[in-house]
Design a protein around this ligand. Structure first.
Ligand SMILES: C[S@@+](CC[C@H](N)C(=O)[O-])C[C@H]1O[C@@H](n2cnc3c(N)ncnc32)[C@H](O)[C@@H]1O
Length: 412
């Protein structure tokens, strides 16, 4: 399974999973680099069906169009990367409709693009109108459908309901549970910090140098970096904990950045931002998506700054947070961008506590990261993620003097 498939199915689960004890079936459940089973809460009874035995498979089907289940016995059907391999896929929808309880749901993912990959055949790609046609064929309602732009598969997601009155979400949902977790590592050395200047001082200099007309921020917490903006600002944080009220020129969206961009799309900002600060979820794939989403809406001569690219200790770089000072694996965005976007100008700065990356020569129309997203993340997962010495010793980072910052933001 490719990373975007899991992300898209998680979206379906976060937004539409019904309450209560549920019987969920997964059609094409074989665990190839991940299973939707991991998205399910404990209250779910999950059965994985597939045509071949394998990890994640509970029931091997003789006939893909005949599910060994009574009528109206299932609350939710999941299926990803399956119907394109199914010669008569419309008959799968008939089977889904039969086993669903009234009001039951189906979350279906299939590619709308991508190379031929036979399991054992590869017959089809699907566009949004196909899901409406299949819903009509099988007597289901298509509640929500979206096409993911990230290649090579460009997932097509469909949320279907048998009867019922489920309505599509039209705005980013509020956070269901708190993500703020304060941790302190028992070993004081794991909490060390260094840096030639505090990052807030350096950000203040960048505001003075760039003089943005619009400032964008992802990850606000107490509002310390957001309050540096003297211009109109649009910020996103699912769980802000502001230390004081924000001025009227700031709009704060209290949702996750992925949801913010999903629902607002090209309208996310009233005009292209000139300066953006990415400091949201400290995990590589989140920082990468934030960069991709922000870059394409920025002014071409704009400046994007990413926080937390220089952890001071390997513990601070753990993906699973272990310390108060936490960077996760955001540092990996530097080699990633160097490799896949050599057109960007990247400058690392030795700021306290955890380093800043300043990015210019933006190319809002560049599609390399969008087209390559799944392959890039798959390749990274196979690479050694040990923190390299040049990250820990900051040997590639510049002292953030005003002159060095001015040079970094110049487009030459
Ligand atoms: C380190 S704090 C930001 C601090 C702020 N930029 C500053 O320097 O004063 C990180 C923030 O990211 C937020 N965050 C976590 N996940 C996020 C997401 N998916 N989208 C946007 N913000 C997120 C957290 O709620 C937290 O408030």
């Amino acid at each position: 399974m490719h990373p975007a498939s899991m992300e898209n199915m998680k979206r379906c689960v976060d937004w539409y999973l019904p309450e209560g004890d549920l019987h969920v079936i997964d059609l094409g459940a074989s665990d190839v680099n991940g299973s939707y089973r991991q998205l399910m809460p404990a209250r779910v009874r999950y059965t994985g069906f597939d045509l071949a035995p394998g990890p994640g498979v509970d029931v091997v089907l003789d006939d893909p169009y005949s599910l060994p289940l009574p009528d109206a016995s299932v609350d939710l059907v999941l299926s990803g990367q399956m119907i394109e391999h199914c010669a008569h896929f419309w008959r799968v929808f008939t089977a889904i409709s039969r086993v669903l309880k009234p009001g039951g749901l189906a979350f279906i993912n299939a590619p709308s693009a991508g190379p031929i990959h036979r399991y054992p055949v590869d017959c089809y790609r699907f566009y949004p109108d196909a899901y409406q046609a299949l819903a009509d064929w099988a007597g289901l309602r298509l509640v929500h459908c979206w096409r993911d732009e990230r290649g090579p598969w460009c997932d097509l997601l469909g949320v279907f309901q048998k009867g019922g009155d489920l309505q599509p979400l039209t705005a980013p949902p509020k956070l269901a549970a708190s993500i703020l977790r304060e941790v302190v590592h028992p070993e004081p050395a794991a909490e060390i910090t260094k840096g030639a200047r505090p990052y807030l001082e350096v950000l203040a200099d960048l505001h003075e140098l760039v003089k943005p007309g619009l400032y964008a921020e992802i990850g606000v917490r107490r509002g310390n970096s957001l309050r540096l903006a003297r211009c109109e600002a649009v910020a996103v944080d699912p769980e802000p904990a502001l230390s004081e009220a924000l001025p009227d020129r700031v709009t704060l969206h209290d949702c996750a950045s992925d949801d913010f961009f999903f629902f607002h799309g090209a309208e996310a900002y009233p005009r292209p931002p000139d300066l953006a600060f990415i400091d949201g979820m400290h995990l590589l794939e989140f920082a990468l998506r934030d960069f991709m989403n922000v870059e394409r809406l920025m002014r071409r001569k704009g400046v994007i700054v990413i926080d937390d690219v220089l952890p001071n200790h390997p513990v601070q770089a753990e993906r699973d947070r272990q310390s108060r000072v936490w960077c996760g694996d955001v540092w990996r965005i530097v080699p990633l961008l160097r490799k896949h976007r050599p057109d960007l100008k990247l400058t690392l700065f030795d700021t306290a506590p955890t380093g800043l990356l300043v990015i210019t020569r933006l190319a809002p129309a560049n599609k390399v990261l969008w087209n390559g997203y799944n392959r890039i993340l798959r390749d990274l997962a196979a690479e050694d993620a040990t923190l390299p010495p040049e990250v820990l010793d900051r040997s590639e980072a510049l002292e953030p003097t005003r002159a060095a910052l001015a040079a970094a933001i110049s487009q030459e």
